[in-house]
Design a binder for this molecule. Sequence first.
Ligand SMILES: Cc1cc2nc3c(=O)[nH]c(=O)nc-3n(C[C@H](O)[C@H](O)[C@H](O)COP(=O)(O)OP(=O)(O)OC[C@H]3O[C@@H](n4cnc5c(N)ncnc54)[C@H](O)[C@@H]3O)c2cc1C
Length: 388
Amino acid sequence: MNALLPVPLLIVGGGAAGLFAGCRAGECGLGALILERKHKPGRKLLMCGNGRCNLTKDIPPAQMLRDMGEPMTAFLAPALDLLPPSAVQNWFEQHNVPLKKMDDRRVFPRSEQASDVVHALMDALRDTGTALCLNAPVERVERVEGGFHVAAAHFSVMAQRVLIATGGVSYPKTGSVGDGQKFAKALGHSLKPYRPGLIGFMLSHPWVDAHGGSTFEQTTFRVFRNGQKIYEGQGQMDCETWGVGGAAAYNASRCVARLNLNDFEIEWTVGRDTVRVANPETRPLKEAIVTIGGVPLSEIDPATMESRKCPGLYFAGEVMDVDGPTGGYNLTAAFATAALAVASVARSQGRDGVAGEPARPAARDLRARPTVQKSGPHKPYGYKFQRK
Ligand SMILES: Cc1cc2nc3c(=O)[nH]c(=O)nc-3n(C[C@H](O)[C@H](O)[C@H](O)COP(=O)(O)OP(=O)(O)OC[C@H]3O[C@@H](n4cnc5c(N)ncnc54)[C@H](O)[C@@H]3O)c2cc1C
């Protein structure tokens, strides 16, 4: 009898990054196993874009990188080189998710159903014979000779390589509770403190009271430090009972969090009204669209997504200190880092997978060529996310 072999690639987390990584691994014939904490995969994906799922933004990668700002610009360049927004769109269209583009270039499934996105990923896992194990919260990842020992609640697995794709720490009911960051720490990484990335500002102001419940489609939102404007952006703003939310406020909050501002002012202009408020607090981290902080980018090789602290360990998605504005940037980052990690693992195992060589992305066009027959149109995914 043959000796038992370790799993070539064990993926911890079945969210956007982990599911996409599993699909890419399957497409290049790399045996992968995904362990997912929850009884259903992709719970946060199902919430994306209010259930419509803003998959990406149809802009050149250079513009996407610029919009995200440092430290993401330099770090994500190889990943977006390998899987630019156009390739994200091609992958989903080739996997039976027709897309539509909005005037501002945001891309959604034509059905406006996030469940179609999860369903496409599940179909691709099935079609490539990639294993997904649900109800399997990983509790420990240990370095052992020849690879890793990964312990779930009721079983453990030996793996040659491990990809941590456990997400950030917001909306913990979706399963992302910060486990991956703890595994990384136990394997030698430091951690950057968490901050809410895209979130509303809590404030009390007569203008907001007077417009309670209103949504303004075109608002200009600004952030000032020492009286100097350091951020300006346009977008939707919602007046809530607790303050202001919506994409315009969220993107401004990301600037405040990234720059770690304590003393600042926000200002918005709607029609002829301009309102300025000093030092508003943000809503709590658990409500953030994205988590800033986590595994520092300086500790990960941007060309491979491999840990600089623990060889054989890879990262993808929000578990890293990666975040972008609203508009499909965060899912694109999750998919692209997943694709790059899998391509790197495949290369390290001497495989010439469809995920290709990061150094020669144009020659190895990622616009996926599945090696298996594709399934027909998706049936309803049969699962509706309920916020508890
Ligand atoms: C309300 C909301 C709306 C959003 N809308 C958009 C949008 O429209 N467009 C966009 O680009 N971005 C959007 N985002 C952001 C986007 O959803 C995330 O950036 C993206 O899901 C991150 O992917 P991920 O795979 O890194 O993490 P997640 O999608 O959070 O997946 C992590 C997975 O790991 C699993 N896991 C965690 N710990 C363990 C463990 N110990 N063992 C096993 N499994 C584990 C979790 O259960 C989860 O399934 C939105 C976020 C929110 C909260």
